[in-house]
Design a binder for this molecule. Structure first.
Ligand SMILES: [Zn+2]
Length: 325
């Protein structure tokens, strides 16, 4: 009887330790052990990676089309899933993305964040080995697969729009709603509905034209190699306090002070760097577009200078990244 009781106790303890969190970022459930339980985590095309700006292949891809990013969405849920903060949209139709390197339409599934113990690191992908304090992942599944669960079974199933954060002295007003919601989801497996409508475009950076893109994986188990990554070059700027609010979120092991996976070997993969060479052509087309394109008219100002001198810009960007090492 005692043996049975002890066995039940150990089992309960194990359950408690791994409750809904079959992976973590430290100790025996940390990233270096993921491959033992999830075979794909030991794959050859894993994410995140370091992007070496001197080795990217510069391309001009078709325009990305962001549909519904300008909409004011009123049924938005913020959830602490024990690993990160998830933002999900309950209204239909969901925002979607197509164009760029994508073949077909991809429907929004959820967005979430990765951060570090302090402001010197926390992003998953790195640029020239530079870390950013936080990273946003907007996850989309290919429409023809019907759901994210089904899409993960296909090599072109998902695309993630990834955005880096950097520090600013000024608060980003669009993030106030999110940080307010965080206070109510500090405990794992809790959820709240945002009190005000939410627009995707408001939380993103100004320049959505320049991005790196490569084929990789989910950065959490099961690490499925089904993701086309788009890493936008221009970071989103938040204050230290706004980033700090994420570090208050708890898992069943305590505060989630960090939840980024270390970089993985790039292997035989090529990273492409998209530069917009079609500013004027694009502008003419835009007049007839019904959907939200990447550059709504109010965003035009200031972008043409870069487009006129893409080569000069690329060189200066490369130099900038070198000096930022
Ligand atoms: Zn992620």
């Amino acid at each position: 009887m005692q043996v049975v009781a002890a066995t039940i106790f150990v089992f309960a303890l194990l359950q408690e330790l791994t409750h809904g969190e079959e992976f973590g970022y430290d100790g025996s459930i940390g990233p270096e052990y993921w491959g033992e339980r999830y075979r794909e985590c030991a794959g050859k095309h894993q994410s995140p990676i370091n992007i070496n700006v001197l080795r990217v292949k510069q391309v001009t891809l078709p325009d990305l089309v962001l549909v519904g990013f300008d909409d004011s969405i009123d049924d938005v849920h913020v959830t602490n899933n024990g690993h990160t903060v998830l933002i999900e949209v309950k209204n239909e139709p969901h925002p979607r993305v197509r164009g760029g390197p994508l073949d077909g339409d991809y429907v929004f599934s959820q967005m979430h964040f990765h951060w570090g113990d302090n402001d010197t690191f926390g992003s998953e992908d790195k640029i020239n080995h530079r870390s950013f304090p936080m990273e946003l992942h907007m996850v989309f599944f290919k429409e023809e697969y019907g759901s994210a669960v089904e899409a993960v079974k296909h090599s072109d199933g998902l695309t993630v729009l990834a955005f880096f954060y950097e520090l600013d002295r000024h608060q980003h007003p669009a993030y106030d709603e999110i940080t307010l919601a965080l206070v109510n989801v500090t405990e794992p497996h809790t959820s709240v509905v945002m009190s005000h409508p939410f627009s995707f475009l408001n939380i993103l950076p100004y320049d959505l034209k320049r991005y790196f893109t490569y084929k990789g994986s989910l950065t959490t188990p099961p690490c499925s190699e089904v993701v086309l990554w788009l890493d936008f070059e221009q970071p989103i700027r938040l204050t230290h306090e706004q980033i700090e609010a994420f570090r208050e979120i708890r898992s069943s092991h305590g505060k989630i002070t960090h939840n980024f996976r270390p970089i993985q070997p790039i292997g035989d993969r090529v990273v492409y760097y998209n530069i917009d060479n079609n500013y004027y052509v694009y502008n003419e087309i835009e007049e007839h577009e019904e959907t939200t394109t990447l550059r709504p008219s109010r965003r035009k100002k200031g972008n043409d200078a870069h487009s006129l001198v893409p080569t000069v810009y690329t060189i200066s960007f490369t130099l900038m990244m070198l000096f930022s090492l």
